[in-house]
Design a protein around this ligand. Structure first.
Ligand code: ARG
Length: 579
């Protein structure tokens, strides 16, 4: 973690009724560099100290001794402005970013704490569709962000592999399939299911058959279980291919079926505590007092439900992980489910129920290039648009773009690999740059624009920084003198780099990867405007005549590059060195 603010906060804490950490969070950057480097607004202390904010600022300015590296404390109305020894402090800052690598951006706010993150978690026997994207990449990015805050992270894929629909699928397979279980693929499973559902509209007996098959499955019938296992295997193999494209991993695949053996005991305890009761042969938890509909936990045929298994999963996670936060990255349509879940856990007397968090997100829409309208993606046949097709489309388009500028790439560039990094990065970034609860609109032309607010734009900025460093052809030394960075753009860059670690903290606190994405866009834009100065005025070029200035500028370039690479990594994206 970068230390300047901490040092200041420590010395202020001796004179103020607040912890150093809180003071650190209060420190702002003044609007004009002439006002100083940091400002402490004194309003918050007025009540406690029974003095006006201006008086507090004045007293502080008078009484504070100046620790090493701080030049001046100076009151300006209700603010205490603080000027630091810029060359020294910021040379140290950039130097440590150049020297230390990634750890310098991390903090230890989550040290000793565990966060469980449930993401992607699709239902098996269906293709991953475009609407599955958001949970997967928001979840994985949050995982990376929490990790950078020192948390121990557990990423879980809570596969939906249980429920009546799998009874129906078994029935459908036995009835219609002309391929053997070993030769079937996910499309076969999906088609069989659709056919079964259609036919059961005319023939309601099929519904019963499906339910019976599910019951057999819950009772451990060997034939049913064998088929179901095969369906699961086929699905996971396909999912893993797409996760690989997205660069997404999990610490555990713990599917719904895993919790079955825990359900009976859970239901008994819920009944004993009067949280759950029989109702028309089913078991429900009544939540009327909480203004919610009842939560069904067992059907009248004795089978369990999604909610039952989620309750078992929550207990299991608590017992095994003692989490600080248990986060479910799941679309907004399951709001009620998670409210009910949390309420039942609370009724069970678990104070950790407050740590259960449903992190929801807006819809993902695709813009139709012909009509310009955005809609939730489905094809004319009503099928969902497959995630794999979207990703491949992104890769193809990225390849076309790269081909337009092929002369810029080195001869040994692996075009396919690069296109994948850019195309998939474009898809991911266009999602992650949008605030989580807003809808995302995919617009192919826009998201691959190397000059727009896009993933490729950020990746391209990174590649350009790498190219500057290559061209300079000298080692970047971490001990160059920042006093030589005299251009306002350089100064702004330094200050923007300085706040990067606090953006990581914010992104974790708000569960909001878009904070990182938008920070990166700002950083790249600022760098771009700095870089373009040199095109008009040669003495402003990074690679300039004066070797000392060159050293300082290269340190700035390298630090900027490291921040971008790290930020992209937090978003789960690649940072190619050439583009
Ligand atoms: N399988 C569910 C779905 O596709 C999402 C599961 C989310 N995780 C959970 N623990 N409920 O809608």
């Amino acid at each position: 973690m970068i230390e300047i603010k901490k040092q200041i906060a420590d010395s202020l804490a001796e004179h103020l009724p607040a912890e150093s950490e809180n003071i650190e969070n209060l420190l702002q950057i003044p609007p004009e560099p002439e006002m100083g480097d940091y400002a402490l607004p004194c309003f918050v202390f007025a009540k406690k100290l029974k003095k006006s904010p201006a008086k507090i600022a004045e007293k502080l300015a008078e009484n504070l001794s100046k620790p090493d590296g701080i030049n001046e404390f100076h009151a300006e109305g209700p603010y205490l402005n603080i000027s630091v020894d810029r060359p020294r402090m910021y040379s140290k800052l950039l130097g440590s970013i150049v020297k230390t690598g990634k750890e310098v951006f991390s903090n230890d706010s989550g040290k000793g704490k565990t966060v469980v993150i449930d993401y992607s978690s699709p239902n098996i026997a269906k293709h991953l569709a475009v609407h599955h994207l958001r949970s997967a990449i928001i979840g994985r990015s949050l995982y990376n962000i929490f990790q950078a805050c020192g948390y121990h992270c557990i990423g879980i894929n809570h596969l939906g592999d249980w429920g009546t629909s799998f009874g129906k699928l078994i029935a459908a397979f036995e009835r219609y399939s002309d391929v053997s279980p070993q030769d079937a693929d996910v499309s076969d499973l999906q088609n069989l299911y659709v056919r079964f559902s259609k036919e059961s509209e005319e023939n309601p007996e099929l519904e019963d058959l499906g339910r019976r098959k599910f019951k057999e499955l819950e009772n451990g019938d060997p034939e049913a279980t064998k088929l179901w296992k095969q369906f699961k295997k086929i699905s996971i193999e396909e999912f893993k291919k797409i996760y690989e494209l997205l660069g997404i991993e999990f610490d555990a695949y713990t599917p719904e079926s895993f919790y079955l053996s825990l359900a009976e005991d859970l239901l008994n305890r819920l009944r004993a505590k009067d949280i759950a009761m029989e109702s028309e042969n089913a078991v429900i938890a009544d939540l009327e007092e909480q203004d919610m509909p009842p939560l069904m936990l067992q059907k009248n045929d004795g089978t369990t439900l999604y909610a039952t298994r989620d309750l078992c999963a929550a207990e299991y996670r608590w017992i095994n992980y003692r989490f600080e936060h248990c986060i479910y990255v799941v679309g907004g349509e399951q709001k009620l489910h998670f409210r009910q879940l949390k309420t039942v856990l609370k009724k069970m007397g678990y104070d950790w129920s407050d740590r259960i968090e449903h992190i929801d997100f807006g819809l993902l829409k695709l813009r139709d290039p012909k009509t310009g309208k955005a809609s939730v993606g489905s094809t004319r046949k009503g099928d969902m648009i497959l995630l794999e097709d979207v990703l491949k489309n992104g890769i193809e388009r990225a390849k076309e773009k790269l081909n337009e500028n092929i002369e810029k790439l080195s001869d040994d560039a692996d075009l396919d690999k690069l296109a994948a990094r850019i195309g998939i990065g474009a898809v991911m970034f266009s999602d992650l740059a949008v605030k989580r609860n807003k809808d995302v609109v995919f617009d192919w032309d826009r998201m691959l624009d190397f000059h727009g607010d896009t993933g490729p734009y950020v990746q391209y900025a990174h590649a350009r920084l790498c190219s500057i460093l290559r061209k300079a052809g000298v080692d970047v030394r971490p001990n160059a003198d920042c006093a030589l960075l005299k251009l306002p753009e350089e100064w702004k860059l330094v200050r923007l780099i300085e706040i990067y670690p606090s953006r990581i903290m914010q992104a974790a606190e708000k569960r909001e990867p878009s904070i990182i994405a938008n920070y990166l866009l700002n950083l790249c834009k600022l760098f771009s405007s700095y870089y373009s100065l040199g095109m008009k005025e040669p003495e402003k070029r990074v690679i300039c005549e004066d070797q000392h200035v060159l050293g300082a500028r290269l340190m700035l370039v390298e630090a900027t590059k490291n921040v971008i690479a790290h930020g992209l990594e937090l978003l789960g994206m690649n940072a190619p060195e050439r583009m």
